[in-house]
Design a protein around this ligand. Structure first.
Ligand code: TYM
Length: 330
């Protein structure tokens, strides 16, 4: 059976990069796959978190997923910490992952920065926990943005190492699914930087909670260059290419089609059309999210039911894995 697993961190606002790179694809995959979507609070605490803010962000991200179109009845939506198997399997996989593999991970280098010795062990082991998330459910497909590609290659290597160690094809090798026209949405202020929750400038990103006026203003202020025409040249004009990719992903068209549509227009026309499109697609999502957040009991119930369903699969698989590893259950 084909099973999808993917995750999102409950750290601050969901933004357009999360939506176009991941969540929009999660929604469409529900029709064909058995889907598990996880709010990864264990990953969030690899850097310091305020406990109250972490709780609030967990509810907010859950509301965002539902508002975006994840159907909590057919998909399993849950928070990672409450299914004990994630941490349990991560330990087993930690013990068979060579340090050399982790030393290659570029995200650790970016996040740890110069103060490497101050970074937590958990931040270093982060990609192993991610492998555990996926493998705990024997997921076959993992829809993510482009920035998670290296972590997914590692997850495949770890699955292969486990299978070889124990001489059996226990874990399927999970397939990354990096889909759509905007797999790497860039900052609206700097086309060489990824759109991210941690950017200090709010004008660098469109949050899924932004209202129509804010979305339009951020697009209007988005950096372009002094050339008058809309052309698609990602290397030379990264900011313009980013706006074209965003338009294409929101409209479900290719970047080439969008470019030819606006080739003879100036930026004010193109940005105006992009703002209208973004407001049309994201406005209802934001409204729904705000409405859901008025009902924390409903959100908690979604997570509770999700934890129960996820635990059912996770507990069974972890029991098998523990037997393979040789843990005695007297
Ligand atoms: P996170 O929380 O950083 O992001 C969630 C999803 O959004 C995608 N994304 C983007 N896509 C395009 N452009 C961007 N600017 C952009 N920013 C974020 C991410 O690629 C991701 O798909 N480690 C993961 C969470 C995770 C996970 C997993 C994912 C934990 N366990 C197991 C898949 C499978 C993360 O930090 O995502």
């Amino acid at each position: 059976m084909n099973r999808v697993f993917s995750g999102v961190q409950p750290t601050g606002n969901l933004h357009l990069g999360n939506y176009l790179g991941a969540i929009k694809n999660w929604v469409t995959m529900q029709a064909e796959y058995d889907c598990l979507y996880c709010i990864v609070d264990l990953h969030a605490i690899t850097v310091p978190q305020d406990p109250k803010a972490l709780q609030a962000a967990t509810r907010e991200v859950t509301a965002g997923l539902i508002a975006a179109g994840i159907d909590a009845k057919s998909s399993t939506v849950f928070n990672q910490s409450q299914v004990r198997g994630h941490a349990g399997l991560a330990w087993i996989l930690n013990c068979m992952t060579p340090l050399g593999w982790l030393n290659r991970m570029t995200q650790f280098k970016e996040k740890a920065g110069k103060a490497r010795d101050q970074a937590a062990l958990g931040l270093y082991a982060y990609p192993v926990l991610m492998a555990a998330d996926i493998l705990l459910y024997k997921a076959t497909h993992v829809p993510v943005g482009e920035d998670q590609k290296q972590h997914l290659e590692l997850a495949r290597d770890i699955a292969g190492a486990f299978n070889r160690n124990y001489g059996m094809e226990y874990f399927p090798l999970p397939e990354p699914m990096i889909l759509g026209a905007a797999t790497r949405v860039m900052s609206l202020r700097d086309g060489t930087k990824k759109m991210s929750k941690s950017d200090p400038s709010d004008y660098s990103r469109i949050n899924l909670t932004d209202d129509a006026a804010t979305i339009a203003l951020k697009i209007k202020k988005a950096k372009t260059d002094s050339e008058p025409n809309v052309t698609y040249e990602p290397e030379r004009r990264p900011e313009v290419a980013n706006l074209i990719d965003i338009y294409a992903a929101l409209a479900g068209q290719s970047s080439e089609t969008v470019t030819s549509l606006y080739a003879s227009s100036g930026f004010s026309t193109f940005k105006g059309a992009l703002a209208d499109l973004a407001v049309e697609k994201l406005g209802p999502l934001a409204a729904d999210m705000r409405r859901l957040l008025q009902h924390p009991d409903y959100i908690d119930e979604v997570l509770r039911a999700g934890v129960e369903r996820a635990s059912h699969i996770a507990d069974r698989n972890l029991r098998e894995i523990e037997a393979i590893v040789g843990f005695l259950k007297p």
